[in-house]
Design a protein around this ligand. Structure first.
Ligand SMILES: Nc1ncnc2c1ncn2[C@@H]1O[C@H](COP(=O)(O)OP(=O)(O)OP(=O)(O)O)[C@@H](O)[C@H]1O
Length: 293
């Protein structure tokens, strides 16, 4: 193992509450320059896991090693970590620039402010009080703050929530730019496409455990899913296919040979079906029995 190959290695983390094993033996590795995503349905234990990695919650047991060297969040580690929490908190009366300056003052290392302002397209809003920012502008500011200390590890919890599709894609480019610069990023997201586009590897959690991990392609290939046929759920009862999952408005079935199923659908006069390649969302659905939202 070469020095600094791993930004973070967490082994067998556990956090139990009286009524629930929130995290029950989770191991996660984050390599230098890698983006990983943690996905899971509500209550799976994602936030608890990430908060333990961020040093905000103490594990009951398990081990976290940062930069192959530090076993807890020392001042040196704190300097090298950036965090964007799900809930943003800003001082409403401060301007965007004052907010940036205040956050930067917490760290010895400082990124180039101008570059950050430019990267997150905050230039026009520097003099605006944060209370007057739109939801999307607040979100961009929150993510920008996570990069102010030029961190090596960045935690981004739902970073693109509230952004329109164009702003979301722009933020994806920004995240990928930082990855290319060698930063390691841990992402939690409800958007499967986002996880697929950005992540080198994905960890899927359910009931406090990691139930699958790998590259998006590995997860799709190893899921055994071949083709997916999707159709409105009102036809589900009429057709009754083996292995069918019904969620939201649609029924899904994964098949090796789609022809017999399509024949069945046509015979039942169902014409508005879709045949497609499986996605990370289908893997998630198969593993957890639930859609992520
Ligand atoms: N402080 C706490 N006391 C008791 N139970 C807790 C506490 N924090 C979390 N839990 C429970 O632990 C489980 C995991 O919660 P966690 O917030 O980590 O899940 P999550 O995957 O982040 O969910 P979501 O997607 O809804 O944010 C849940 O059942 C939750 O109710």
């Amino acid at each position: 193992m070469t020095e600094n190959n791993f930004a973070l290695v967490a082994t067998d983390l556990k956090k139990y509450y009286p009524s629930v094993k929130a995290v029950d033996g989770v191991s996660i590795e984050l390599k230098k320059g890698e983006i990983i995503s943690i996905l899971g349905p509500n209550g799976a234990g994602k936030t608890t896991t990430v908060e333990m990695l961020e040093g905000l919650r103490k594990p009951d047991s398990g081990r976290i090693v940062y930069f192959e060297k530090y076993e807890k969040i020392t001042n040196e580690v704190k300097e090298r970590i950036g965090v964007c929490l799900q809930e943003n908190f800003f001082f409403e009366e401060l301007t965007v620039f004052e907010t940036i300056r205040l956050h930067a003052s917490l760290y010895n290392t400082k990124a180039d402010f101008e570059e950050i302002i430019d990267t997150f397209q905050l230039g026009e809003k520097l003099k605006a009080r944060t209370k007057y920012l739109s939801g999307g502008q607040k979100q961009r500011l929150a993510v920008a703050l996570a990069f102010l200390n030029n961190p090596d590890i960045v935690f981004l919890d739902e970073p693109t929530v509230g952004l329109d599709p164009q702003a979301r894609r722009h933020l994806w480019d920004v995240i990928l730019k930082y990855k290319r610069e060698g930063k390691s990023i841990i992402l939690t997201t409800h958007y499967m496409e986002e996880a697929h586009q950005l992540s080198d590897r994905v960890y899927i959690m359910d009931h406090g455990k990691v139930i699958a991990h790998g590259t998006p392609q590995e997860l799709i290939s190893s899921s055994g899913l071949n083709s997916v046929i999707e159709f409105p759920k009102q036809y589900a009862e009429k057709i009754n296919l083996e292995g069918m999952i019904i969620t939201g408005e649609y029924a899904y079935v994964s098949v090796t040979d789609p022809v017999p199923i399509i024949e069945k659908l046509l015979k039942a006069n169902v014409r508005n079906f879709v045949l497609r390649h499986p996605t990370l969302e289908d893997v998630f659905l198969k593993l957890t029995g639930r859609k992520i939202d």
